[in-house]
Design a protein around this ligand. Structure first.
Ligand code: FAD
Ligand code: ZN
Length: 467
C-alpha cells in the first residue's frame, strides 16, 4: 500500500518535491524540541490543485496527513507522530501573493507565505498588515490562521481570525472550497471561514486567504515604563486607554525575572530602564507624526506624577523602538536557552489578572520551593505567558517529567476559577488535547466532535490533535 501511495504522491507533486529519506528533522522535530516524529513522506506541493491531489491520494490509501507551515507552533500540532505512517504536507511552496485590492483594503495570499514577507509586501504598497509575532520571520500565514495566532497588535487590530475575510481550503475529501471573499458583510449561512480558522489542520488544509489591510500609520511611538506591581500595570492600561484611545496598539508586560533571563542569555541587548518588578512596553500609532510623541509623553508624565509608574523611557528613534520590542521578543528565546520549561498560554479577564498572579505565584512557590516563574505577555488582551522554569541548577527535563502535570493542574484550576482559557493564542495541538477534553464543557466538546466526524469521517486530517 505504501509503495502505491508513494508513487501517487510523486506523481502529484513531482519527484523533486517529495522526500522519504535523509535528514527530515526540519519537518519532524517541533520548534520546542519536545515532539519528534517520523514521516512516511514529506511532500511539498506547489499549487492548490497539487494539494488536492495529495489529499485525494492519502484518502484513497487511508493514510493520515499533517499540514505544516513554518513549524514554529508551540503545542506539538504540526509534526508527524512516531508511527512512520503519516504524510507531512508542507505548504511552504504555496508562497504567492495573488492579488492586492487597494480600494477594498484586502490582499489575497497563499498559505505558505511567510508572515514577514506579507508585512513587507503590504508596506511597499503603502498599507499595514498588522499581524505581528516573534516568529514572523519563519511562520506562515496558513499556520497563523490554522492556529488563530495573536501576537503583539491584537489590542488594536484583533487576532488572525479578525484579520481574515475569506479562505480557500482543500477538504479532507480532496475537494477545493473557494471561499476567498473580500466581503466585510456576508450573512449567507454558517460561517465556514470561522470554522477553519483555529482548526489546527484537523478539518482541512488552508491553501489561500483574503486578508484585511489598513492604512499605514503616520507615526508609531514606543515607550517602556517601570511598575511596582501587576495592579499598577493594570491601572496604567486603564489610563493609557483613556489617554490614547484606539491609538494604543501594544501593551505588553514583563516581570523582572523574564527580563533577567534576557540579560543572562543576550547580554548585548540594551535594557534602557533599571530592573523593576514589572516593565511595561507601550506602543502608540497615530495618523500624524507631531502628535504621537506628545501624547505618549503626556500619558507617562501623568503616570509618573500619580506614582503608577516609577520610571519611564520614550524611544527617541525607530532603532530605539525596535530594540525595545527586541527585548520583549527575546524572552521566549532566552527561556529556550535556559532550558525546557512548562508553558502556560492563558487568557483571563484583565480585571482578574492581579489576584490570579498573586495567588497562583504564591501557590506554586509553596508547592515547588525555588521554582522560577517567567511571567510576561499581552496584558492589553488579558493574555499571559505564565511559564514555569525549574529551580536554578535543577535539570529541566527531570523537573518537567516530575512536575508538569501538577503545575498544569494548579495553574489551569486557577484559570478556570477566574473564568479564563487554558489556551489564549497557541492552540491545543497534541500538548493540550487531554486538558481540553477534561476542561471543556461536555456540550461544547460534543459539538466539536460532531463537526470533526462530519467533515473528516475517516479521521485522516491531523489525527490526535485538538479533539
Ligand atoms: P506550524 O507550526 O507549521 O503549524 C501550526 C498548526 O497549524 C499545526 O497544527 C499545523 O498542522 C497547522 N497548519 C499549518 N499550516 C496549515 C495550513 N496551511 N492548513 C491547515 N493547517 C495548517 N503565537 C501567537 O499566537 N502569538 C505569539 O506572540 C507567538 N509568538 C511566538 C514566538 C516564537 C519565538 C515562536 C517559536 C512561536 C510563537 N507563536 C506565537 C506560536 C505560533 O502559533 C506560531 O508561530 C505560528 O502562528 C504558527 O505558524 P507556522 O506556519 O509556523 O505553523
Ligand atoms: Zn504571545
Amino acid at each position: 500500500m505504501s509503495a502505491k501511495l508513494i508513487e501517487a504522491l510523486r506523481a502529484a507533486v513531482g519527484a523533486a518535491h517529495m522526500m522519504t529519506e535523509g535528514d527530515l528533522s526540519a519537518y519532524e522535530l517541533d520548534w520546542r524540541r519536545r515532539y519528534r516524529g517520523k514521516a512516511l513522506a514529506v511532500v511539498r506541493p506547489g499549487s492548490t490543485a497539487e494539494v488536492a491531489a495529495v489529499v485525494r491520494a492519502c484518502a484513497a490509501a487511508g493514510v493520515s496527513l499533517v499540514p505544516q507551515g513554518g513549524n514554529t507552533g508551540l503545542v506539538g500540532g504540526g509534526v508527524p507522530d512516531a508511527s512512520g505512517r503519516q504524510v507531512l504536507l508542507s505548504l511552504t511552496r504555496l508562497n504567492k501573493i495573488r492579488h492586492i485590492d487597494a480600494d477594498n483594503l484586502t490582499f489575497t495570499v497563499e498559505a505558505g507565505c511567510v508572515l514577514q514577507t506579507l508585512q513587507a509586501a503590504a508596506e511597499t504598497q503603502g498599507f499595514l498588515f498588522p499581524l505581528s509575532l516573534a516568529a514572523e520571520g519563519s511562520c506562515t500565514i496558513g499556520g497563523n490562521l490554522a492556529s488563530n495566532a495573536g501576537g503583539t497588535q491584537v489590542l488594536r487590530y484583533g487576532n488572525a481570525r479578525e484579520l481574515c475575510l475569506g479562505l480557500e481550503v482543500v477538504t479532507p475529501q480532496g475537494e477545493v472550497w473557494e471561499g476567498l471573499s473580500g466581503l466585510r458583510k456576508d450573512n449567507t449561512g454558517y460561517d465556514l471561514r470561522d470554522l477553519y480558522i483555529g482548526s489546527e489542520g484537523t478539518l482541512g488544509v488552508i491553501t489561500a486567504a483574503t486578508l484585511k489591510l489598513f492604512p499605514l500609520p503616520g507615526a508609531v511611538t514606543t515607550a517602556l515604563a517601570s511598575c511596582d506591581s501587576i495592579d499598577a500595570c493594570v491601572a496604567l492600561l486603564r489610563l493609557a486607554r483613556q489617554h490614547l484611545g484606539a491609538g494604543l496598539t501594544g501593551f505588553e508586560v514583563m516581570e523582572r525575572f523574564a527580563l533577567a533571563l534576557v540579560s543572562r542569555h543576550f547580554p548585548q541587548l540594551q535594557q534602557p530602564l533599571p530592573e523593576a518588578p514589572w516593565t511595561v512596553l507601550l506602543e502608540l500609532a497615530t495618523p500624524s507624526e507631531d502628535t504621537a510623541r506628545a501624547q505618549l509623553e503626556a500619558l507617562l508624565e501623568t503616570a509618573l506624577e500619580s506614582g503608577l509608574v516609577s520610571d519611564a523611557a520614550l524611544a527617541a528613534s525607530l532603532a530605539q523602538a525596535k530594540s525595545m520590542w527586541h527585548l520583549r521578543e527575546s524572552i521566549p528565546l532566552a527561556q529556550a536557552e535556559e532550558g525546557l520549561n512548562i508553558k502556560n498560554d492563558i487568557a483571563l479577564p484583565v480585571s482578574a489578572i492581579p489576584e490570579f498572579v498573586r495567588s497562583t505565584d504564591a501557590a506554586l512557590r509553596v508547592a515547588l520551593p525555588g521554582v522560577r516563574l517567567v511571567n510576561f505577555g499581552h496584558l492589553g488582551d488579558g493574555n499571559l505567558h505564565y511559564n514555569v522554569q525549574a529551580p536554578e541548577g535543577e535539570p529541566a527535563a527531570e523537573f518537567l517529567q516530575a512536575h508538569e502535570r501538577a503545575v498544569n493542574t494548579l495553574v489551569y484550576d486557577a484559570v478556570q476559577r477566574w473564568g479564563g482559557s487554558i489556551s489564549a493564542e497557541h492552540g491545543i495541538g497534541a500538548l493540550k488535547r487531554d486538558e481540553l477534553a477534561a476542561r471543556k464543557s461536555p456540550v461544547a466538546l460534543g459539538l466539536m466532535r460532531t463537526l470533526k466526524a462530519a467533515l473528516d469521517p475517516a479521521g485522516l486530517m491531523n489525527p490526535g490533535r485538538v479533539v
